[in-house]
Design a protein around this ligand. Structure first.
Ligand code: PEP
Length: 261
């Protein structure tokens, strides 16, 4: 089965509104002719609407980096799924390791967020991945299994508007230490096995599993050449229009130069 590639940029806590619009304009222009893969930009909440308006009428979609599991109420500082959709975003990143690490998000909380995202028809990137210590201790399979099973048990794959799994080894995020293509592909194979048991073998075949962790223009091609890698979730390199456009178009002849803009 051929799965459509997905290239998503997680801008994290970067870019003011004007900077975000500028980046989105450049990417809209640079990715204009790309129609055989999906591109999603995930700016901070404040830039969701301006970025969604900027890429409107282009194939680029927009996602939030987090959301609350309740629909409204006394949750100071939080943002609901309705607000995200109202801003023009279709996607949400859940379970990013920075949320797990700095904001104590665990599978129980993430299961609630996944339930709300599924009820509210938001498309989900669900991020999982082991730490360096866990890899060194030979626990990669156990960790991936736990992170998938504890959060996704009780769901059917069809409950989701779309569910993409992002394998993001914590030791590779923002460090410049990319997993080797073989390491990443092996982990993606584990993820498909768990998904096969959790849902069914057909879902394991069709679900997109993307890799995140120091993906750059110079290493994207060899990662994407692996059979079980269906795209990338990109942090640092998604903040540069040139770099992210190169990543999106990793195997295409580039006729468009951003310096024309
Ligand atoms: C991320 O935070 O999702 C990520 C993959 O970051 P980076 O590309 O900077 O490693």
């Amino acid at each position: 089965m051929t799965r459509r590639n997905m290239l998503a940029g997680n801008w994290k806590m970067n870019k003011t509104i004007s900077e975000a619009i500028n980046l989105a304009v450049r990417l809209k222009y640079a990715c204009n002719s790309v129609d055989d893969r999906d591109v999603v930009l995930c700016p901070p909440y404040t830039s969701l609407k301006p970025v969604a308006e900027t890429v409107d009428e282009s194939p680029i979609e927009v996602g939030a980096q987090n959301m609350h599991y309740e629909r409204s109420g006394a949750f100071t500082g939080e943002v609901s799924p309705d607000m995200i959709k109202d801003a023009g975003a279709d996607w949400v990143i859940l379970g990013h390791s920075e949320r797990r690490q700095y904001f104590d998000e665990n599978e129980e909380l993430l299961a609630r967020k996944l339930r709300t995202a599924s009820d509210e028809d938001l498309k989900v990137f669900y991020c999982i991945g082991e730490t360096e210590e866990q890899r060194d201790a030979g626990q990669v399979e156990d960790i991936l299994k736990t992170q998938l099973e504890a959060a996704l048990s009780g769901f059917g794959f069809d409950d989701f508007e779309e569910l993409v799994i992002a394998y993001e080894p914590v030791w590779a995020i923002g460090t410049g230490n990319t997993a080797t293509p073989e390491q990443a592909n092996e982990a993606h194979g584990v993820i498909r096995d768990v998904i096969s048991n959790l849902f069914n073998p057909g879902v394991a075949e069709k679900i997109r599993v993307i890799y995140g962790g120091s993906v750059k223009p110079h290493n994207v091609q060899e990662l994407m050449a692996q059979p079980d890698i269906d795209g990338a979730l990109v942090g640092g390199a998604s903040l540069s229009a040139d770099d992210f456009a190169d990543i999106v178009k990793y195997d295409l002849e580039d006729e468009i130069s951003l310096s024309d803009l």
